[in-house]
Design a protein around this ligand. Structure first.
Ligand SMILES: C[S@@+](CC[C@H](N)C(=O)[O-])C[C@H]1O[C@@H](n2cnc3c(N)ncnc32)[C@H](O)[C@@H]1O
Length: 572
């Protein structure tokens, strides 16, 4: 088959002409061929009718031959000749060339038509500059700067006919492209950080420093630091923590040193120290860690309790709860009972705790540097779903707490989200539906929570809550609030007896808490609950009458052999 060369203009291109003009022997040859054309015309006409020229173009070799054989004038004569009489007097090779030229003209016309169609189609969208495949980030970066410059003095700098929202939309789109976020999340972040958005976004592009927490049940920070320095770890103490170390560089994998395997430390983001510090666990207390897997905070709580009292480490996801077991064993924790319940039903299982930590499942918008998928995957529904579950969990956490506790009566709520709906919005719900008040977290750094945010107006005490940001504190984005439960309830207590740490008796499936009775405006979101916990599975039904929660695992220790009742007995 011949090869199509629709755009090959070699025979008539300027380079070719130039070459021919330089050929001094061309003119006599041309004259000779013209004579031949006239002579051979009639004979060739007969042959043509019997054997038409092939439709396909000749291959490149024959085309080259043709071009070499015919000087420029000859080709011009063929192209120009369009009437039948011309055909009659042409040599077969000239006819072939004519046909070929015709075909080439047609191909050129189609190619031009196609080009015009493409231009027309793309003109209205984006110029086909290749930007569709790889956006020019330098241009986008510059436009971000330009738009920010205009927004800084909008009246003076805006373009005629452009509104502020035109500029903001352009800015949002460009930030989304530049930093790879979806528009929903970028919009939320623009609301949260009107002046320092880019610093926040840039901080999310950098990993947070690697930090570890000394297990004070097994060693002291100074001794651990020395042991790790001897192994080639370059570190420093974290100033605001008694147990934290920041690792700048290391010659050994920090998750596989003998010290790690011996449980002398936990690999843990520094932000996750904060809720435990706010909880301020005391020795011999009864404490519930409601959503505790994989146990980073649980083991810290146990260490602060000095392995005394009783700590319940619960997580709705039984598979994740297994990780608590191994961490508790490795860290030498003996005072902890691990169980797997949906936190929302926990008050029916057990209540009367001195302190409750609710480190709630959340959208993870504070930990984007660890999990960049959050940038693109979260939408409005995800935030609403999280907030709904969080409201149900905080209500349960408060219901698990003993307002009359001699040492406590505190609930700490934390998330690694920076969304207002998941933080101040949830605390606001707790304040409205339970007899609790906000108290200082005891953390002397961090931003105050929002008292006002857009149209939202919260209780003035909301300023006692704390927000932590990557760009300000070099920590993952985090929220911490500390509530104190007050005696006398907005929410009617369960009428029937439920298992408490003191009585160790089974809960009743018919408790009013189970039915949600007596709650004042306590349905979060005012609607039905559709959120499923972690895996959504709990190993036993709430209030199933079992003294030991199904799925519960006790830490391997002498104390762990005791019955739950024994464990639950408070030390005086
Ligand atoms: C932020 S993580 C907890 C991290 C943990 N506190 C730590 O420091 O290692 C949230 C946990 O909540 C659990 N969870 C989700 N829904 C739950 C529910 N309804 N009840 C109890 N736990 C739940 C998840 O399985 C997840 O392990």
């Amino acid at each position: 088959m011949g090869r199509k060369r629709p755009l090959d203009k070699t025979p008539s291109g300027p380079g070719r002409k130039h070459k021919k003009q330089e050929d001094p022997g061309a003119a006599p040859e041309q004259k000779k061929r013209k004579r031949l054309k006239v002579k051979a015309g009639a004979v060739l006409e007969k042959k043509k009718s019997k054997k038409p020229l092939p439709v396909e173009e000749p291959d490149s070799d024959s085309s080259e031959e043709l071009a070499d054989e015919f000087p420029e004038e000859g080709v011009a004569a063929v192209s120009a000749g369009s009437d039948d009489s011309d055909q009659d007097i042409l040599l077969p090779i000239e006819k072939k060339a004519k046909k070929q030229k015709k075909q080439q003209d047609e191909d050129d016309r189609l190619a031009e038509e196609e080009l015009q169609t493409n231009l027309a189609a793309t003109e209205t969208i984006v110029l086909p500059s290749g930007q569709e495949l790889a956006p020019d980030l330098t241009i986008i970066r510059q436009r971000i700067r330009d738009v920010q410059f205009v927004l800084a003095d909008f009246k003076a700098r805006r373009q005629e006919g452009k509104s502020r929202s035109d500029y903001l939309n352009q800015l949002r789109q460009d930030l989304c492209t530049y930093y790879s976020y979806n528009e929903f999340l970028m919009g939320k972040l623009m609301d949260l950080f009107p002046t320092e958005l880019e610093t926040f976004l840039n901080a999310n592009e950098e990993p947070r420093p690697m930090t570890i927490r000394t297990n004070s049940l097994k060693t002291r920070r100074r001794d651990l630091a020395q042991a790790l320095i001897n192994r080639g770890v370059n570190l420093d103490p974290i100033k605001w923590s008694k147990v934290g170390l920041v690792i700048y560089s290391t010659e050994v994998p920090p998750g596989a040193t003998p010290e790690y395997l011996a449980g002398h430390y936990m690999l843990q983001g520094a932000s996750s120290f904060l809720p435990v510090m706010a909880l301020a666990p005391q020795e011999n207390e009864r404490i519930l860690d409601m959503c505790s897997a994989p146990g980073g905070k649980t083991t810290y709580i146990a260490a602060l309790m000095k392995n005394t009292g009783c700590l319940f480490a619960n997580d709705a996801n039984p598979d994740r709860a297994k990780a608590i077991v191994s961490n508790v064993h490795r860290m030498g924790v003996h005072n902890t009972v691990i169980c797997s319940y949906d936190g929302r039903v926990f008050p029916k299982i057990m209540h009367g705790f001195d302190r409750v930590l609710l480190d709630a499942p959340c959208s993870g918008t504070g930990v984007i540097s660890k999990d960049p998928e959050v940038k693109m995957s979260k939408d409005e529904k995800d935030i609403q779903r999280c907030a709904h579950l969080q409201k149900e969990l905080i209500a349960a956490a408060i219901d698990c707490c003993d307002a009359k506790s001699k040492t406590g009566g505190y609930i700490v709520y934390s998330t690694c989200s920076i969304m207002v709906e998941e933080n101040e919005g949830v605390i606001d719900y707790a304040l409205r539906t339970r007899n609790v008040r906000l108290v200082p977290t005891g953390l002397d750094f961090g931003q105050s929570g929002f008292v006002n945010f857009q149209q939202q107006r919260y209780h003035p005490s909301m300023k006692l809550t704390k927000r932590f940001y990557p760009h300000q504190h070099n920590l993952d984005g985090f929220f911490v609030a500390k509530l104190q439960k007050l005696p006398g309830e907005k929410h009617a207590p369960p009428k029937e007896k439920t298992q408490t740490p003191e009585n160790g008796k089974p809960a009743s499936a018919k408790s009013s808490a189970a039915k949600g009775k007596g709650k004042t405006n306590s349905q979060p979101g005012g609607g039905k609950t559709n959120s499923k916990p972690g895996s959504g599975k709990t190993k036993s039904k709430p209030g199933s009458g079992k003294t030991t929660p199904a799925g519960q695992t006790q830490a391997k220790s002498p104390k762990a052999k005791a019955t739950p009742k024994g464990i639950l007995k408070k030390k005086k």
